[in-house]
Design a protein around this ligand. Sequence first.
Ligand SMILES: NC(=O)c1ccc[n+]([C@@H]2O[C@H](COP(=O)([O-])OP(=O)(O)OC[C@H]3O[C@@H](n4cnc5c(N)ncnc54)[C@H](O)[C@@H]3O)[C@@H](O)[C@H]2O)c1
Length: 454
Amino acid sequence: MTENVSIIGLGKLGASMVAGMASRGLNVIGVDINRNAVDAVNAGRAPVQETGLDEMIGQHRERIRATLDTTEAVLQSDISFVIVPTPSDERGAFTLQYASYAFKALGQALKKKDGYHVIVLTSTVLPGATRHGLLPILEKESGKVCGRDFGLCYNPEFIALGSVIRDFLNPDFYLLGQFDERSGDLLESVHNKVSENAAPVKRMTIENAELAKIAVNSYVTMKISFANMLSEFCENIPGGDVDVVSDALGMDKRIGRKYLTGGFGFGGPCFPRDNVALNFMGNSLDVDSRLLAENDDYNRNLAKRYVARLQRDLPKGANVAVLGLAYKAHSHVIEESPGILLCKALSEAGYRVIGHDNLAAPYAETALKMSSLVTDSLEEALKDAQVVLITTNDPDYLALTADQVARDQDSVTIVDFWRTLGHLAEDSRVRYLPMGRCLDDAGAAEKLEPLWTS
Ligand SMILES: NC(=O)c1ccc[n+]([C@@H]2O[C@H](COP(=O)([O-])OP(=O)(O)OC[C@H]3O[C@@H](n4cnc5c(N)ncnc54)[C@H](O)[C@@H]3O)[C@@H](O)[C@H]2O)c1
């Protein structure tokens, strides 16, 4: 067991790990190539925006410090976690460009260290990357041998932006890929100290852990797409209601209810790219991974399908407000956001679009500058809107009243992807369209009946 750890990369995940580990009594040294991030941590502030991070770094300041110097961090700790970016490359795989640079510095630091040290890669990578892409850099730069002079593990985290610290301290399980037992033992002892919920540890080879990490994300996206497909089924079946069907599915222990709500596509910095990357791996290894490619294609096409479905119900050229531009509520992240794709698809279909988001508006403005107006004022977004589409479960949207949405209009159409604003349906000025439910039972029955009577 060690009391001293270092974290290489003070971004959204790395800085949260610094705070989380310090809160559990470890002494943590953070390293970043960005001086602003290092200065912020040393001043007791969060270098990035994440729920509770600023407070936690401030609270545990006496056990946290940061440096630009990887060697200093390695010499003063027994284990180093590497959480640098691994963005997608042109093949759809994850580039090791940043990780290679970090591993080079770590190798040079290991050369100067006498005692045993474990390097842990936490960044998301594909199978084979740690052993074949990064380990040789450590051995070359240090002149040492893995398994004898130092240890190596792959240990990804399962966290969601907005709840990174809570997720990090309370995971369902720890996924631990180990080069050898000794490396895994030290890492497991750190986890046992850090875990607030005594999460079980699954130890395995590095390659199995690399595959398991990306498989978890990919599988979750398949559940989301499956639920979105069920939504469309329900819209075409008399009395169809995706919540009723998903609740039934969720009762089956083999399936479970999570991620089956049926609403909107998946987005954000991890899910879409992880799917694409696993498919790249499948193609490279001659594995039939069409499921993944289909899922990605289905998800990317959703916005256009929604618009095609809605065109039947929405007046041509109407003023449309899209509420929710980040990929989920409480987030400023618009990366691969379905809300952004929806704005673009509506604009292409000839609607005049204004997008709203409390946090993401400044980022969305750049992404949508050719197609839509963007505002962070809900009042402004709703002012002239004849149609309002609600894409995220933001509490401001859940609390919308009929007076707010129909203030200056005789009537307004609400398209509710999450079916949470049923109370608005009671107002005569509101035409309420919950997606995932059948809106025309007679029409649906008419289409269904000939399948069985002819
Ligand atoms: N953010 C998430 O939701 C999430 C979830 C699971 C996994 N991950 C994975 O974690 C990794 C990091 O993600 P993030 O969102 O924290 O990234 P980020 O971009 O927020 O932060 C990365 C940090 O690493 C620093 N950095 C880059 N090269 C460095 C180097 N050589 N030495 C020291 N610091 C360096 C950058 O300056 C930056 O501060 C990625 O592989 C990502 O896929 C992220």
